[in-house]
Design a protein around this ligand. Structure first.
Ligand code: NAP
Length: 294
């Protein structure tokens, strides 16, 4: 069984990005600059944004963190986005989700200039990705594609089953796996909560990508012998034996599924670490004008 190590792969990608940044600086070019907007005091969001800003420093990017109060108006937030859109010093912009209930995620996402949308959430980038044009691909699906590529997982002609159809993971994943390129060229089945006989479908998957958000939902009897299994889920479970008081588990019952799979991502250390690496990569693309010509 091949363990697909997202931690090691993300470190390799971040080293490659750091190397490119030092070349840009030596050539007298502009240092890539990511801006992040964080609204409110949600603990998990602060941790995620903090990790993104720290990773920027580690690869030599500049970063700007804009913190806004929980009760900021939608209009004020849209104004901050508009200002960053027009700021030539900033290459990429992310708005940390979730946003407070009084703010429309759609309005805010749509306000981000596609050229700076390094999260790949705007309609322009989702459309470009769907057409196979150069695009910023959302970080988690992009990270999975990169893992499949770097671990040389054969995808052409395979049956790929995706569980979950969210806009940030399952849906883009299904599009990417069906594209006429590597990794891709799969016959894709996208499943969701209305799908009937799910285990019958998952048992036919050569590649099973699980983004359902239910702890250890996928068990060995749902998986074909020799399948590649990608576990996107992350759940904190109380564990008194750990210093932190919790452990992380995925959407897949790792112990039993890893006995049947030919390749599998662990949780933690699988898809999760790839997400930040992908965001940094998109920011580098933005700085170098590789998606939208500057
Ligand atoms: P989500 O928005 O909650 O979507 C879950 C999907 O699962 C929905 O499409 C839902 O179907 C489907 N579903 C629910 N019950 C089902 C069932 N019984 N059978 C088949 N499908 C079912 O979740 P998400 O944002 O995609 O995230 C999924 C997981 O990945 C979560 O654990 C999340 O924390 C994790 N995640 C990890 C990363 C990372 O960096 N590693 C990034 C993002 C998310 P309907 O559409 O019909 O409701």
């Amino acid at each position: 069984m091949l363990l697909i190590d997202g931690k090691k792969t993300s470190e390799e990608i971040e080293s490659e990005i750091a190397l490119r940044v030092s070349e840009i600086k030596q050539e007298g070019g502009k240092t890539p600059h990511l801006a992040a907007i964080l609204v409110g005091n949600d603990g998990a969001s602060q941790t995620y944004v903090g990790a993104k800003v720290k990773s920027c420093e580690q690869v030599g990017f500049e970063s700007t963190l804009v913190r806004l109060e929980e009760n900021v108006s939608e209009e004020e937030l849209l104004k901050v986005v508009a200002d960053i859109n027009e700021n030539p010093a900033i290459d990429g912009l992310i708005v940390q989700l979730p946003l407070p209930k009084h703010i429309s995620v759609e309005k805010v996402t749509n306000k981000i200039k596609p050229e700076k949308d390094v999260d790949g959430f705007t309609p322009a980038n989702v459309g470009r990705m769907t057409l196979g044009w150069p695009a910023y691909v959302a970080a988690t699906p992009y990270g999975i594609v990169e893992l499949l590529k770097r671990y040389k997982i054969e995808t052409s002609g395979k049956h790929c089953v995706v569980i979950g159809r969210s806009h940030i993971v399952g849906s883009p994943m299904s599009i990417l796996m069906a594209r006429n390129e590597y990794p891709g060229n799969c016959t894709v089945t996208l499943t969701h909560s209305r799908t009937q006989n799910l285990p019958e479908i998952t048992k036919t998957a050569d590649i099973l990508i699980v983004a359902i958000g239910k702890p250890e939902f996928v068990t060995a009897d749902m998986v074909k012998e020799g399948a590649t299994v990608i576990d996107v889920g992350i759940h904190r479970i109380a564990d008194a034996s750990k210093k932190s008081g919790f452990k992380l588990i995925g959407d897949v019952k790792f112990d039993e599924v890893s006995e049947k799979a030919s390749a599998i991502t662990p949780v933690p250390g699988g898809v999760g670490p790839m997400t930040i690496a992908s965001l940094l990569y998109n920011t580098l693309l933005a700085a170098e004008g590789k998606v939208y010509t500057k």
